[in-house]
Write a protein that binds this ligand. Structure first.
Ligand code: SAM
Ligand code: SF4
Length: 429
C-alpha cells in the first residue's frame, strides 16, 4: 500500500509539472514515504534523513510523508530541522497546494488532519511495474486492533465509488496491464458510496470481468468481515487468483480477544473451511504476531498447531512491537525480546518445514505463470503462479528466447525449495 501511495504521489507531482530524477542526489525536493507499523521501520526514517542530509542533502528541500509523518507530526521538525514538509496520507489530496507554499518560501508546511471523507483518487499514477497495477479501493481502517497504529495514521475508512474503481481498471487494461491488485487495510469492509452500492465480493467479480485483465488479487482481508460471498466470487471467475491472504495474528482465542480482533479461532477456522471446500484449490497465507503482552507458552502452542491445521502456503511473522496511541501500549505482561525472538524462530522453522513439504508435492504440476523478470546468472526466467508462488523456469524457444517479461506461459514444476519452485516451460499460452 505504501509503495502504491508513492506511485500516486509521484504521478500527482508529475501532472503538476515536477519531474522525477534518477537519484536523490539529483533532486531539489526529496520526499520520504514512511511506515510506522513497527518501531524498526520508524527508526529507519530518522537514520536515513540524518545520513542523507550529512552526505548529499545540502541545499535540498526535505519532506516526510506517510504514517511516521502522521504519527510524529510537528515533532519531526525538532528531530530533523532540515525537514520542511510533514504530511500524512489523509492529506495527499492537498499535496500540490502544500508544495506551492514551499516554493513560495514557506519553511514549515504540514498536512496532518485525519478529519476527511475524501479518498486520494489520482488522474495520473506513475506505475513501477508494467504488467501489474495496484488500485486502492478503500483507505483507512475502522477496526481497533490493540497493537495497531494504522487507524491513528491513516484515519477512518473511506471507500472509493465503484465507478471510479471500474474506470481505473478499464484504463489499466487499455494501457496493457493484465494483473490488478485491489488494495485496502480491510478490503472486505468495502462499501460503494455511490447508488450502485456494491460490496467487496461484487466489486471483485466485476473487476475480474474487465476485458484484458487476466489476474486479479486483493489484500488485505480481515477475517471478521471475510464473507462466503468472496469465496463464491473467486470460484466464479478464474481471473481471480488462487490465493487468499487471511491474517490470523494468533491461534489462541484468548490472545485474539486481548488483541481485539473480533473473532475466535473457531470463527477463523470456519472461513478456512469455506476456502478449502471451494471448487478451486486456493493457497492460504497469513500474518502472525508473536509475543503480544500476556502470550503464554500455551497460547503460543496454539498458534503452532494452527499452522498444522491450516497448512499455510507462506506467512509473514512479526515480533510484537509496542506502538504509540494503541490500547496494548500500557499493558503489563510484556514478553522479553529474547523470548519473542525464540518464539519467532520456532514459528518460522515450523512454517519452513510445511513449505518444503507443500512445494515438493507440486513437482510434476503444470502451472501458468506471469513472467516478471530474469535471473541472468542462472539462465532462468522469474514467473509468478496464480497462487502467488515464485516459479523460476528455463525456456527453450529454438534458440531465440526474446523478452518474455509480461507474458503468460505454462511451466512444469521440476524442483522445489522452501520459498520457490523451479521448472521448464511447456507451451506458450
Ligand atoms: N490490515 C491488515 C490486517 O488487519 O491484517 C494489515 C495491517 S498491518 C499493515 C500488517 C501486519 O503487520 C499485521 O497483519 C500484523 O501482523 C503486523 N503488525 C501490525 N502492528 C504490529 C505491531 N505493533 N507489532 C508487530 N506486528 C504488527
Ligand atoms: Fe490494523 Fe487491525 Fe485495521 Fe488491520 S484491521 S489495519 S491490523 S487496526
Amino acid at each position: 500500500m505504501n509503495a502504491h501511495d508513492s506511485e500516486k504521489v509521484i504521478g500527482t507531482l508529475m501532472a503538476q509539472g515536477y519531474a522525477q530524477v534518477a537519484t536523490p542526489e539529483d533532486a531539489r525536493l526529496v520526499l520520504y514515504n514512511t511506515c510506522s507499523i513497527r518501531d524498526k521501520a520508524e527508526q529507519k526514517v530518522f537514520n536515513r534523513l540524518q545520513n542523507f542530509k550529512r552526505e548529499a542533502g545540502k541545499g535540498k528541500i526535505f519532506g516526510v510523508l506517510g504514517c511516521v509523518a502522521q504519527q510524529e507530526g510537528e515533532k519531526i521538525f525538532d528531530r530533523a530541522p532540515h525537514v520542511s514538509l510533514v504530511a500524512g496520507s489523509a492529506s495527499y489530496t492537498r499535496l500540490g497546494e502544500m508544495l506551492v507554499q514551499l516554493e513560495a518560501g514557506n519553511r514549515r508546511v504540514t498536512g496532518l488532519s485525519l478529519d476527511t471523507d475524501e479518498t486520494f483518487d489520482t488522474p495520473f499514477t506513475r506505475r513501477d511495474n508494467p504488467h501489474r497495477a495496484y488500485i486502492t479501493i478503500i483507505e483507512g481502517c475502522d477496526k481497533h486492533c490493540a497493537y495497531c497504529v494504522v487507524p491513528f495514521t491513516r484515519g477512518p475508512e473511506r471507500s472509493r465509488t465503484s465507478q471510479s474503481v471500474m474506470a481505473e481498471a478499464g484504463r489499466l487494461a487499455a494501457a496493457g496491464y493484465t494483473e490488478i491488485q485491489l488494495l485496502g487495510q480491510n478490503v472486505n469492509s468495502y462499501r460503494d458510496p455511490s447508488a450502485a452500492g456494491w460490496d467487496f465480493a461484487e466489486l471483485l467479480a466485476r473487476v475480474a470481468e474487465v476485458p484484458g485483465i487476466r489476474r486479479v488479487r486483493y489484500t488485505t482481508s480481515h477475517p471478521r468481515d471475510f464473507g462466503k460471498s468472496i469465496v463464491e466470487a473467486m470460484d466464479g471467475n478464474h481471473a481471480i487468483c488462487d490465493h487468499v491472504h487471511l491474517p490470523v495474528q494468533s491461534g489462541s482465542t484468548r490472545m485474539l480477544a486481548a488483541m481485539d480482533r473480533l473473532y475466535t479461532r473457531d470463527d477463523y477456522m470456519r472461513r478456512i473451511e469455506w476456502i478449502k471446500a471451494a471448487r478451486r484449490r486456493y493457497a492460504i497465507t497469513t500474518d502472525i504476531i508473536v509475543g503480544f503482552p500476556g502470550e503464554t507458552e500455551e497460547d503460543f502452542a496454539e498458534t503452532l498447531n494452527l499452522l498444522d491445521e491450516v497448512q499455510y502456503a507462506s506467512l509473514f511473522s512479526f515480533k510484537y512491537s509496542p506502538r504509540p496511541n494503541t490500547a496494548a501500549l500500557d499493558r503489563g505482561d510484556r514478553i522479553p525480546d529474547e523470548e519473542k525472538q525464540r518464539r519467532l524462530i520456532i514459528l518460522q522453522e515450523k512454517q519452513r518445514a510445511i513449505q518444503i513439504r507443500q512445494n515438493a508435492a507440486l513437482i510434476g504440476d503444470i502451472q501458468e505463470v506471469l513472467v516478471e523478470g530474469r535471473h541472468q546468472a542462472l539462465g532462468q526466467w522469474i514467473g509468478r503462479t496464480s497462487d502467488n508462488r515464485t516459479l523460476n523456469f528455463t525456456h527453450q524457444d529454438s534458440g531465440n528466447t526474446g523478452d518474455l517479461n509480461g507474458r503468460y506461459l505454462s511451466v512444469r514444476v521440476t524442483r522445489s525449495g522452501p520459498n520457490s519452485l523451479v521448472g521448464e516451460s511447456v507451451t506458450v499460452v
